[in-house]
Ligand binder design. Sequence first.
Ligand code: MIG
Length: 732
Amino acid sequence: MKNTIQLFKNGQVLKTGAITELPQGVIDQSQSLEQLSFFRLKVNEGDILLSHEFQEADMVVGFGETVKGLNKRGSELVAFCADEPEHLPNKKSLYGAHNFFVILGERVTGFFIDFPGSIHYDIGFENKDIFNIKIEGVDVDIYQFNGESLKEVTHQFLQIIGESYVPPKWGFGYQQCRWSYETADAIRRVAREMRAAEIPCDTIYLDIDYMERFKDFTTCDDKFPNFESFVKEMREEDFRLIPIIDAGVKIEDGYDVYEEGIKEGHFCLDESGKPFVAAVWPGLVHFPDFFRPETRAWFGHKYKMLTDCGIEGFWNDMNEPAIFYTPKRLNAFYDHVEKSKEKPLDIYSFFDLMENGRGLSNSPEDYQSFYHRVEDQLVRHDCVHNLYGYYMTQSAAEGLERIDANKRFLLFSRASYVGMHRYGGIWMGDNQSWWEHIELSMKLLPAINMCGFMYTGPDTGGFQSDASSELMTRWMQFSIFTPLLRNHAALGSRDQEPFAFEASTRQTLKKMIELRYALIPYLYSAYMKAVRERLPYAENLLMDYEGARVKEIEDQLLIGEALMIAPIYKQNRRGRMVHLPEAMLLWTSKGPLVETLEVIGAGDYYAPISLEEVPLFIRPDKGILLGGVAQTVNQINKTELTYLGFLVDKIKDEFYDDDGCSKAYQENQFYKTTISIERESEDLMASVVFDVASDLLSVKIIVMDINGERYKGLVTRETGSICLEKVSHYDK
Ligand code: MIG
């Protein structure tokens, strides 16, 4: 049985916009309640309880951005977008609320709970056999996906939520960030160092200090004199600058965004109907009410101030929204302190004070004390909390669309909800320069992709605390496979740019980033195919392979159809165990040059991996498409590429490419290159079908067969098809 059904619909749903293509076979409520027999259902006055009894072997996969691994069984999670700077194992929420999960047992059943408020998931935590879900409201849509496999069920979900965001191709380049490059000169220095060391790089980020006292859509004249010509100067060096936009608008007389917002009624309201006041980086702020279409249009249009200066990408931050404190509760805290002074100062009152102080930030009480206007109704923020960052990013995307309808802008957000994946990507937030967080980012990538967010990646090297050179190297060796490849570091942490490390590490990082650029023809193709075919870009092994072993593997990932990666994420390791569900071709890479190739049989294999190396496993009858060395994505040679394939039976591989900057792909304007390799008696024949519209003129073929014989040849548009030449052992 393969179908998608809308199970449950209760009350007047605030349309989240998550679902764009209504599932086939939507059934009415009376029937859907029957179907819900999977879960026992209890509708109370203000909440809904779902409960399910697990079978022994059931796994639970999904939930997007969480600190948990592949199988969430035994975990407790809360869907409530959180400004959570500590990604520790006990954390129940991160920045995104992604209510899609799949129960894998005798049957494969997926669910999407479309609900904008808080949901508590006890996934066999308190009682290993019971799955309890508590939805903090009754206006909810629940969808159920029945299918044969995890992949198929995920595909059904991705079908109904609409096509994922596609960045410009340069968004696949290496990106350098830091909180903060405070001045134009600091940026110039990064640009100079990167180019001098010939480390590829496409973008440099502007964190909050580029603004004039943290006011959105301003630039600080002292630190960035003549911003527009500075952006131009950087463009001439083929760098793009990516400014941050925060959710809170500074309260300041004379500041146009604030004044307009007040005049036109764009801000969220407090209980008394006045604009709600909170404190974040700019000091006191109001939050735009992104639930109002007028406000989305208004705020989205503001990005023009920066696009007019030549800016082509943005990251939206603090949009859970994060609240450092509210004046109201800060005053209450001061009163509490005053009162405490009257009491004898004992240990408990000390801890009580500390707790009180800590509780000032992102407090549930604050989230309950402001309102959005949805049509003509006031909706309390906490009831729809998970949509705030989503709607901010929708506002940006729609604003940018109006600015230039055919241009792809780079756009990603910190907070998110399913539906936002159509408007932008997400980055994985404030991690630490810890080995555990390399591993965490490997767990996050496929889980986030499953929920529709294809463009994602961690702060490579770690945001908070200091990165050792070895950690930086290993992290890079994973992140070169993530769609968003960005190195970012927090205020106060060590310099973390590739050039900030000693010569040998700098050299390894350079080689790894060069490898990333060489892989872009493959990675971009994999990304676009995932988006178009509604499948994840990165997958856990259990999406494609069966058996008890693969169900537990979460430190090896499938990237696109051809590649399996097995990064090192532990200190002082010079190798690791890799499980191969089938024979694969191992390329132990030190950079873009294809040298060491080896066929590894199915089973468990210990791969020796030096600090300079990253292992790439190519799956049977598949291959990857490689470019050469380039300093920016723009400079990748489009006329000649290399195909590296692993032949077992025969190969027929298709690669996608397009102009990389427009939205023509939505009208099916793209280039397809088909590479086929077949045996003809003793010979290996290779043929390439070129797309007349593309710039590609020739493909250098490197193939290894299952016996470890290596072949090569060059197929051009003229030849189209050739007999490959066997490479002798001395000539490899
Ligand atoms: O309170 O803008 O996650 O990437 O560097 C911290 C400063 C605010 C949080 C973001 C981080 C960014 C930082 N921001």
